[in-house]
Design a protein around this ligand. Structure first.
Ligand SMILES: Cc1cc2nc3c(=O)[nH]c(=O)nc-3n(C[C@H](O)[C@H](O)[C@H](O)COP(=O)(O)OP(=O)(O)OC[C@H]3O[C@@H](n4cnc5c(N)ncnc54)[C@H](O)[C@@H]3O)c2cc1C
Length: 290
């Protein structure tokens, strides 16, 4: 199908974008990898699209060393999945983002789709929202009336649902850098190489003196929104990152953190089992080579 008729606005500045959004019934066109599909199916029929692809500076990926204890990576609205896959970010955070990005769709989609578009879209099986929640990312929203910052943990409220108001541009994501000694891992279950995940787990574990001093674990599609697996993290705390700790964390994540929800492919028991398997794989990857 073809999209329903709409007005097209090519923005050349942030002001153009927020002005178009303030007019109402307007959607941001970023990578277009989800929006155009929806418009072709006519599940989305916005009156207006504001194309942000020509706005100078929107593709910036900066390090802000003054943000928090270790600094933060700040991504603008046009930083594409491919930038992370290519290793544009430093340290353990960069390595985590690189491993995750490789699992998103396939190369042509990664060349167009954006981190912020994925966060704004909030697909329940998308990888970036779980990364943002696990890392305590902060999301900057901008509208004609002003700006605000929302913690990723609060931003996602359900499948395709966020705290973003329709007149707000998601202007930046601030991802805290991971401390020295952090090892990362990612594991995903999906039907084909290009399809969305059925479930996925990511881990960033900081080890000092042979003991786990911090852990950040995220789960994709293990609940109705992306979640941080706090029980799994607690099971690792203060001990070595060995097989026994990984098994305890995987069991805690599956039993206490996962909130199975109706899925076409699996009942609740299967989902908990798969979460345990994916957590074990992600944590073993972090221990062995992350
Ligand atoms: C075949 C296929 C497979 C895919 N597989 C995966 C996968 O495995 N994992 C995955 O995560 N994704 C997957 N995707 C989706 C892809 O990653 C998209 O790129 C992503 O969901 C949206 O990013 P985008 O930049 O293309 O956004 P768009 O399609 O341009 O926009 C999506 C929505 O977000 C809004 N939006 C975009 N940017 C902003 C902003 N800055 N502020 C406010 N609103 C904004 C738009 O208005 C629209 O409502 C797949 C897509 C396809 C077609």
């Amino acid at each position: 199908m073809k999209p329903a008729p709409f007005e097209y606005v090519a923005a050349h500045s942030t002001g153009d974008v927020v002005a178009a959004l303030a007019a109402g019934d307007t959607r941001v066109l970023a990578g277009g990898q989800s929006l155009v599909l929806e418009m072709n199916y006519r599940t989305a029929r916005p009156a207006r699209l504001v194309d942000i692809n020509r706005v100078p500076g929107f593709d910036r990926l900066d390090l802000d060393r003054l943000d928090g204890a270790d600094g933060a990576l700040v991504a603008g609205p046009l930083v594409r999945h491919r930038a992370f896959e290519a290793g544009a970010a430093p340290g353990a955070l960069g390595e985590l983002l690189r491993r995750v990005a490789r699992h998103i769709a396939h190369p042509p989609i990664r060349a167009r789709g954006t981190l912020l578009g994925s966060l704004a879209y909030a697909h329940p099986a998308a990888e970036w929202p779980a990364v943002a929640v696990a890392l305590d990312a902060r999301l900057e929203l901008l509208a004609a009336g002003g700006s605000r910052t929302v913690a990723a943990a609060e931003f996602f409220t359900g499948p395709f649902a966020t705290l973003r108001r329709p007149d707000e541009l998601l202007h930046a994501a601030r991802l805290p850098l991971l401390p020295a000694g952090t090892r990362v891992g990612f594991a995903e279950q999906r039907r084909t190489r290009a399809s969305f995940a059925q479930l996925a787990a990511l881990a960033a574990v900081t080890v000092a003196g042979g003991r786990v001093v911090a852990a950040r674990i995220g789960l994709v599609n293990a609940a109705r929104r992306p979640i941080r697996a706090r029980a799994a993290e607690l099971a690792l705390q203060d001990g070595p990152l060995d097989d026994a700790a990984i098994a305890r964390a995987a069991a805690a994540g599956a039993d206490l953190d996962a909130e199975p929800h109706p899925q076409p492919y699996a009942d609740a028991g299967y989902q908990r089992h798969a979460v345990a398997v994916l957590l074990r794989r992600a944590l073993a990857e972090a221990r062995d080579g992350g």
